[in-house]
Design a protein around this ligand. Structure first.
Ligand code: MSP
Length: 514
């Protein structure tokens, strides 16, 4: 059986989750569900990144210990994933004992083999960015990333020999064109690697930061948060202590992440793995940012939108649909509630909602709520042919990591189905006794169309998928283990269907904005 291992970044727990976090997790959930449809053994990993100065500061400002603080925030992430239908297989916390032990063991091995050394460091430090800068890198004496004040520091630290592996990494990226995607991000990394890489400072003195994993063999240092965090992708598989999951799932099929943390995943991480003698990930996939008024949505800018409020108002499937349909994976998107409303009304309430509603209503009206029996002719209609061919198209796009295009193809069929109703005019056919079979064929094709769409939507809109498939009394689409089923007829003539409530009720104008 094929395995498929996919990860989100582990989220910082210095505040509540927002749309940016939800986006990464929803994308991964969609791919995880899609690969489960291919009957692959999926391992979808997510979790929380709990150490570091940001968390230490946030805890301090609330008068809590860092541990008590993170223990309060972590459930908010888990609750949000439940609310959004995000079904992960494992949730790692970097405060887990197994993770800490894995990090310490890895560091001891790397130090013993000469890839880590201790040296005195002096330079300029930006606390909010947790970054060291040389005199030359400063911009007008300030941090070149955030423009804030920096302080002069001189301290002993441990360094990881990134520079030793620079040539190898450039060569690897050049000879593995699918390792970093999209292409334009790969080129950015290659551009970055044209400058000499500095060795990475992988500890912080405890006098400055106490909230972290203790560096093995030093009472005075904790591990730099990124070195600790990246290793989660391995420690979650039991590495290095217990090998079974690691053997089964590594190398990872896809690390999904935002473009802001590509360098850590496409430069530090492969070099760490190379030094450890572990295989390199198959794919590092960078998505863009959700912006508001041209600015990245982020806690530090104070412009975040709470996904819980959106879901309460529009439902989780509408939110998932918007995020995946609005932008091509890789590019930035603009979030606004008006755009979400537009998508909701046109694509969800008017297109798919209406298609279900009219199909179910006509089966009730003309066939006593049953799926009618069709003649041979039904399968010759162009709509039917498109429906049967849809799965292969969706597969092609999803395997190319393009969920937006998959949804667009599904919606093309939804639109065709609504046009089919207009063309066939079942209400006219129903008036003529000699057109009874054509009426039956029309509704049968429509039922089959909605069934296929309902089943395919399980990767994208799980709640809607459940509603459609249960109302049509199909066997549980989430339990289908043979993908060839998606190319065959799904509904049975004579099935008593349930119309149910509207899939996407019309929005009332009086609802206040989130
Ligand atoms: N803790 C690190 C990741 C360590 S992984 C070994 C981190 N955490 S984060 O909470 O700041 O961000 C997690 C993810 O959320 C990243 O993929 C990031 O790109 C994504 N987003 C945060 N804000 C975002 C937007 N406004 N838009 C889209 N995604 C963004 O970085």
């Amino acid at each position: 059986m094929t395995n498929y291992y996919l990860t989100t970044p582990i989220y910082y727990v210095n505040g509540k989750p927002h749309i940016g976090h939800a986006y990464t997790s929803i994308l991964c959930d969609t791919f995880a569900r899609f690969h489960r449809m291919l009957a692959e053994e999926v391992f979808y990993l997510t979790g929380t990144d709990e150490h570091g100065i940001k968390v230490q500061k946030a805890a301090l400002s609330e008068g809590k210990t860092p541990q008590a603080f993170v223990d309060e925030i972590v459930p908010k992430f888990r609750e949000l994933w439940t609310l959004l239908g995000v079904r992960y297989d494992y949730f790692i916390r970097t405060t887990d004992a197994e993770h800490k032990a894995g990090v310490q063991k890895t560091l001891s091995v790397l130090e013993a083999q000469g890839d880590i050394y201790k040296a005195s460091y002096h330079g300029w430090y930006c606390t909010p960015c947790e970054s060291f800068w040389t005199e030359l890198q400063l911009k007008e004496g300030k941090c070149p990333d955030c423009g804030r004040a920096v302080e002069r520091l001189e301290e002993e630290n441990y360094f990881f020999k990134l520079s030793k592996y620079q040539g190898w990494l450039m060569d690897y990226i050049q000879t593995h064109p699918d390792f970093i995607r999209p292409d334009y991000r790969r080129n950015e990394i290659l551009g970055f690697l044209r400058e000499p890489l500095e060795d990475l400072c992988i500890t912080r003195p405890k006098s400055r930061l106490s909230w972290g994993i203790e560096y093995p063999g030093s009472q005075d240092h904790v591990v730099y948060v990124w070195f600790d965090a990246l290793l989660n992708y391995l420690t979650a598989l039991g590495y290095p202590a217990e090998e079974s999951k690691f053997k089964k799932y590594w190398p990872v099929d896809c690390h999904m992440l935002g473009k802001d943390i590509l360098r850590q995943h496409a430069v530090y991480w492969p070099i760490m793995l190379r030094a450890m003698g572990v295989e390199i990930p198959k794919l590092v996939l960078a998505h863009g940012w959700w912006k508001i008024g041209g600015e990245k949505m982020s806690k530090s800018l104070g412009n975040i939108v709470d996904p819980v409020a959106i879901v309460k108002k529009y439902g989780s499937d509408a939110f998932r649909y918007f995020l995946m349909r609005e932008v091509t994976l890789g590019l930035d998107g603009t979030y606004s509630e008006d755009l979400l409303k537009e998508r909701y009304t046109s694509d969800l309430a008017n297109d798919i909602g209406n298609l279900w509603h009219r199909t179910a209503s006509m089966m009730e009206k003309y066939f006593g709520g049953k799926v009618p029996a069709s003649s041979q002719g039904a399968e010759k209609t162009p709509l039917w042919q498109n429906v049967i061919g849809l799965w292969d198209k969706v597969c092609r796009d999803m395997l190319a990591y393009d969920p937006r295009e998959s949804l667009a193809k599904i919606w093309t069929v939804v639109t065709q189905a609504n046009q089919f109703v207009e063309e066939k005019k079942p209400w006219v056919l129903a008036k003529h006794e000699d057109q009874k079979q054509e009426l039956a064929d029309t509704l049968y094709v429509l039922a089959e169309t909605v069934a296929h769409i309902g089943v395919l939507l399980q990767a994208f809109l799980p709640e809607t998928s459940r509603k459609i498939t249960s109302r049509l009394k199909l066997s549980d689409p989430f339990a289908i283990k043979d993908e060839s089923a998606f190319r065959k007829p799904l509904v049975k003539a004579g099935t008593v269907i349930e119309k149910g409530d509207p899939l996407f009720p019309r929005l009332e104008d009086k609802i206040a904005p989130c």
